[in-house]
Design a protein around this ligand. Sequence first.
Ligand SMILES: Cc1cc2nc3c(=O)[nH]c(=O)nc-3n(C[C@H](O)[C@H](O)[C@H](O)COP(=O)(O)OP(=O)(O)OC[C@H]3O[C@@H](n4cnc5c(N)ncnc54)[C@H](O)[C@@H]3O)c2cc1C
Length: 495
Amino acid sequence: MAAGLLGRLGHDVVLVERHPNLYNLPRAGHVDHEVVRALQLLDCTDTFLADAIACETYTMRNGKGEVLAEFPWASEGISGYPSDFMMYQPTMEDPLHSRLCDDPHVTLRRGFEITDVVPGDDFVEVYAVQPASEADEYGPARDAESIVVHGRYVIAADGGRSQTREQLGIERYDLGYSEEWLNADCRRKRPVQLELDTGQWCDPERPTTVLPLGRRHRRFEWRLLPGETAEEMSDPAVAWELLGRLGLTSEDLSIVRQHVWNFEAKIAVTWSSGRVFLAGDAAHTMPPFQGQGMCSGIRDVTNLAWKLDLVLRGVSSPALLETYQSEREPNLLAWTHLSIETGKVTSVLDADEAALRDEAFHSGNAPAMPVIPPLTGMVRTQPGAGELGLQALVRRGSVTGLFDDVIGCGFTVVSTIADPALYLSPAQLKFLADIDTRVVHVGGDVVDVEGKYAAWLDSHEWEVVVTRPDFHVFGGGSLAELPEIIDELAGHLQV
Ligand SMILES: Cc1cc2nc3c(=O)[nH]c(=O)nc-3n(C[C@H](O)[C@H](O)[C@H](O)COP(=O)(O)OP(=O)(O)OC[C@H]3O[C@@H](n4cnc5c(N)ncnc54)[C@H](O)[C@@H]3O)c2cc1C
């Protein structure tokens, strides 16, 4: 995603990956509307949306089948999509990979293992080696090769065991969560109606997760009980026995991957060192009970990409990049705590403790769950700022579609009352052009097809709204206040 977002903005990117080919199996199963909007920027949603399922509800039931909690996943996301999807990850990664292959700004160096990242004052040197190999399914025989890439900046998205993080001496703090779960990802052979389609059996005898992974696959997860080992639980007979308890047999499904994962929550103390930025699991890991690990990594790079763009283009000073961690970490921590708390509800193994939990849920006394806060930092201090901005259907001329497709994306200044440009000075319009802003009168030559922009701005009592390339609202107000809002934005960016 980072390579795609920066390549799209015209920056040369070298992507180094040790595996010669795509993993081609899922890890993430859930994505939310914000992430789908980011995929839309890279034209990667068609294959994904054709197979993904927009979920109705995510339900937590106890061992007796009683509902403990329901998460409303059927709501309409503000980003132009249903709020939550269950998907089969290769349907997202294949088009993303094709996009990178086609992008003249992105050079893919697959099969190269990074051995060293050497920070310098003006550049970072990245050393990588490709071992010699015989001809195989990935291509012809290859000689051993070494490369050195000089990057003005490096994004280390090299996973939870990030070698770059270790090499830079960046420690992680541990939020104290560690559980082993057996995962079986399955391909459907025929339609099956399950008692619980999407959610969790919070059964102390065997906490179990049941999820669709798009239309053709399903995921099942079972917490390991005390005394069970990863080795014995990796036996296919174990997965089939557990699937059998859900009424499923090899006539219903085939198992495409069975694996025991250790879920943990560890966060890097600092997310950057000089010109090197950690992103994704390299910066943070969380248990998957909210399906937000990969989503958070994608949020990292949607935040970072536009800031790098402005710095690389000389619009903003490198100090802008210091806001990466401070803006992302509160959101990440909230999702991590929510994931941990959801996991605690799910994972109870003691029957008495489970009974107390059930009683708390039934009597409405369940502990309050952490809330995801709006973004703070480079946004105005006002209600609505830092929340996600709206994407809805618009029409310009004969073209109807989602805003980012029809108008474009980046910074936007949108009013449903008048052309915002009429309220700005030439200097302010030049600044907006320099940072690649769409200044739009929705209701003028751009039609608000479903009236959603008017309703959204009205709900905030705004005449105009300014949003950032990562879809967050910078601020809003009356058209008379717009010059002040733009000056404030300039103050933030021209640091
Ligand atoms: C069972 C399970 C379920 C999950 N469900 C969800 C979900 O529903 N939704 C969600 O959002 N998240 C989910 N997650 C979390 C999600 O899978 C991770 O957060 C995500 O994969 C992290 O992506 P990443 O790119 O940061 O790291 P990785 O996916 O670990 O990628 C790192 C890459 O770096 C490469 N690399 C590492 N070191 C080097 C090196 N030295 N040289 C070259 N290449 C290197 C690796 O080969 C790898 O390709 C789940 C995780 C698990 C385990």
